[in-house]
Design a protein around this ligand. Sequence first.
Ligand SMILES: [Ca+2]
Ligand SMILES: [Ca+2]
Length: 271
Amino acid sequence: MRIVSMVCCMAFVVAACGGGAAGTTSTTFPVAAATTSSTTSSTTAPPSSTTTSTTTSTTTTSTSTTTSTTTSTTTTTVAAGCPAAPPIPVGATVSATKSVDADGDAALDVMTTYLVGADWRLRVDLGAGGSIDVVIADVSPLTGALALGAFDIEGDGTGELFVKVDGGAYATLVALYDVDGCGVVPITIGGERAVFAVGASVSNFAGLNCDGSLLWTFEGTLIEGSDGMYEAIDIPYTLEGHVLTQGVGDGAVVSAGEIGPLLTCGDVDQV
Ligand SMILES: [Ca+2]
Ligand SMILES: [Ca+2]
């Protein structure tokens, strides 16, 4: 019975990223080698021709080494991240900021939801450099959008992004997103954006659990005349790429005391 007792002890290991430039120390060696070689040969050659050839050789070698080092450093920087998006506009309203690893490179990224004009936007500033900034479709103007955090649902190393996008009388609606290259895409079920209810009232409850390989929804309805018992069902979903596929559910009758936390996916915020 997964509803009651799912306690995920997830070791969310974020490796420290030791940044460091490589390949710069070799710059001086070709120059030194060329100079030494030229000097040696000039010792045995006639003085007049030695002076001319040594000068030419040293100048040529030095120019060539400098050019090649500069080109290599520039290429590495571009390949490591994504293009920089424009900064969050002055006057925008930031609703939440979370540290996540959305692209799975072990460098922490910053996930932000904010309102500018009439648009709620989701922004990811990547630890490797660059940023992604997209409009979130179908956000309730009553609740706005709220970044809740990220969890690696299927265990492939990338964190899926949890965002509150709507809310009703007892439940909050949570949508899921994936970083895909230098973009962010909604996770879908049956071709539609995946949105899940999380919340509880006296007569109903609904929530989400993650176990490191599957996403589980659970929900229950009070059985009338049962003295506080609920008819409940758990449903597993597998995530492949950006698509969730529903598995076979499992029903049970539970008491109110047996209902666990309503959102248990690592350190993703309760709603
Ligand atoms: Ca990252
Ligand atoms: Ca993942």
